[in-house]
Design a protein around this ligand. Structure first.
Ligand code: GRF
Length: 209
């Protein structure tokens, strides 16, 4: 059974979706860099071990990442799932977990890397928006995309409504991708990502009206 750690900084609604999905892997621990994160309460309610590792207490990014890395080793983690974890990771940490670390980003990558994605979509007048589950690489929001949730932007949408609608999609696709990895349906190999034994050339797409 795959051992999963979830890294959080905030509310943890994606963590909750992963807990509720009853994955065939086991969430063995949750790490937060913020002591008050509501995600910690969600983990505790589900009987999952938690660790608070406050980035402020470390002189630089590397030493903070080293402590997280050691915690992940202690839990014997196979897969690291970033779920609203609001820290940029050092190149060394990313390298150590290459092919074993996922993130979810609230845009249809490669569009709108970085912050304020909903506002930027509205400013541009895009028809489509959504979220992307991708592997984490050294370049921010640039690792291979595995799955996307796609929605049609309506003229009534606001930043808040888009944030809510994208969250619904996130809670659908993130547990699905993690389960594919747990079951071996999705495999990271040195040459390519395989989905059901075939090279995954494009992210799998889920659409919401
Ligand atoms: C999500 O919108 C995700 O796309 C982004 O951070 C947010 C986390 O939300 N990476 P939550 O803490 O899971 O509710």
């Amino acid at each position: 059974m795959l051992k999963i750690a979830v890294l959080v900084s905030g509310s943890g609604s994606n963590l909750q979706a992963l807990i509720d999905a009853r994955l065939s892997g086991q969430i063995v621990g949750v790490i937060s860099n913020k002591p008050g994160a509501y995600a910690l309460e969600r983990a505790q309610k589900a009987g999952i071990a938690t660790a608070v590792i406050e980035h402020k207490q470390y002189p630089d990014r590397e030493s903070f990442d080293d402590v997280m890395h050691q915690q992940l080793l202690d839990w014997e983690v196979d897969l690291v799932v970033l779920a609203g974890f609001m820290r940029i990771l050092s190149a060394k940490f990313v390298k150590a977990w290459e092919g074993k670390m996922l993130n979810i980003h609230p845009s249809l990558l490669p569009h709108y890397k970085g912050m304020h994605t909903h506002q930027r979509v509205l400013n541009t007048g895009d028809v489509y928006h959504g979220c992307t589950v991708h592997y984490v690489t050294a370049e921010l929001d640039a690792g291979q995309a595995l799955a996307q949730g796609v929605l049609t932007v309506s003229h009534q949408d606001s930043v808040e409504s888009l944030a809510n609608r994208v969250h619904v999609l996130e809670h659908l696709i993130y547990p699905q991708v993690v389960e594919w990895i747990c079951s071996g349906t999705l495999q990271h190999t040195p040459n390519a990502v395989l989905y059901r034994g075939q090279v995954l050339a494009q992210p799998l797409q889920f659409c919401q009206r």
